[in-house]
Ligand binder design. Structure first.
Ligand SMILES: O=C(O)CCC(=O)C(=O)O
Length: 350
């Protein structure tokens, strides 16, 4: 059943229709602003991996090598021929668009600043805590197992549950396949923590970044890493940027039908730091609204994750405390904004 929201706010959708300038609370300090002219020349060098032959043993090991190289270099890659039909990806983005186009009152039924709520409509990162605001509206909902959560999702637009649900299920399956590949690439068994991955949490962050009159002064999301194992992202147009090991921002190009894969903090911990989670942010533009759907996968809510024993030895001493669970991460972000520092840094052994 849909609840009455316990807090309301002015959405960015509303603000974007109002003024030629962004409100002061969205203006970032100069050093945190994006530099749009800086990144264009390096946008083409990001890895794209074709999964069409994943089930052919001769080709599989080559794909594992490609994934391993991408994870080592960037913690990021795009996948094509991943098995999710383009129409399922498009339907999910269309449903998101229809949801954000609803009158404000309908969306506000889901408004909450409580990060533990399984369905939550909001703006910025957490509008109750943020010192500087980010130019984003979102609805987040839990999605795995889908039978447990789908009745809590919006009933309007009427096709939302069906279309977003089909996409969620397909992405959950893809996540399991990709985890096997990424685990093998780092030197673990493909079945490592298999049951936890199957039962793991899937949170869908459905993001809307309206066109912004002053995109050089603000961001849609601040630089952050995701908490979980792998995030799989579907975007309607360019706007995601990732940071490489030399601290250069790369703008992620749109490839028709491709999905973006990023490593999260839980994978960094499991791999004992062999792979690093990807620092990323969302930039804005003056012309067109952008939508993205980030499926954030992690271990089940209460499961604690530590470095895999197989990846700890004399050359690679244990580099992280046994990491907290997803539930503890939620407790962390309910008192400290993600924009104030990386959660993973609190888990590192000094
Ligand atoms: O919209 C994007 O490209 C980034 C989304 C994201 O980082 C998130 O939802 O955590």
């Amino acid at each position: 059943m849909e609840r009455k929201g316990d807090c309301s706010f002015t959405s960015v959708m509303t603000l974007s229709k109002r003024d030629q300038n962004i409100p002061e609370r969205y203006v970032l300090p100069p050093l945190q602003r994006p530099n749009p002219t800086h990144n264009h020349h390096i946008s083409t060098s990001l890895p794209v991996i074709d999964l069409s032959m994943l089930n052919q043993p001769a080709r599989r090991s080559q794909i594992i090598d490609e994934v391993g190289a991408a994870c080592k270099r960037l913690g990021f890659f795009q996948v094509i021929n991943h098995g999710i039909p383009t129409c399922v990806m498009k339907d999910a983005l269309d449903s998101a668009q229809e949801f954000f186009n609803l009158p404000s009152d309908e969306k506000m039924c889901f408004a909450s600043a409580d990060v533990h709520k399984p369905v939550r409509y909001g703006t910025s990162m957490n509008h109750v805590m943020d010192k500087v605001f980010y130019w984003r509206d979102f609805i987040k909902h839990y999605a795995n197992p889908i039978s447990e959560w789908i009745h809590l999702w919006p009933s309007n637009p009427p096709s939302y549950k069906e279309k977003m649900g089909s996409y969620a299920k397909a992405v959950h399956t893809l996540h399991k396949q990709l985890m096997e590949v990424v685990l093998e690439s780092v030197g673990l068994n493909a079945n490592y923590l298999h049951d936890d991955i199957e039962k793991g949490s899937q949170v869908m962050a459905v993001n809307c970044y309206p066109s912004c009159p002053e995109p050089d002064l603000a961001l849609g999301m601040p630089p952050h890493t995701d908490y979980g194992t792998l995030t799989i992202l579907n975007q309607s147009q360019q706007g995601l940027e990732i940071m490489d090991q030399d601290k250069q921002w790369h703008s992620v190009p749109i490839i028709q039908g491709a999905l973006i894969v990023q490593l999260g903090d839980q994978f960094e911990v499991m791999s004992n730091g062999r792979y690093k989670s990807t620092l990323h942010r969302a930039v804005l533009n003056m012309q067109k609204e952008r939508l993205s759907i980030a499926c954030l996968h992690s271990m089940p809510l209460e499961k604690k994750v530590g470095p895999a024993q197989e990846l700890v030895d004399e050359q690679h001493p244990i580099a992280y405390k046994e990491a907290g669970s997803f539930g503890e991460f939620l407790d962390h972000i309910s008192i400290k904004s993600l924009s104030e520092g990386k959660y993973i840094d609190t888990l590192k052994n000094q």
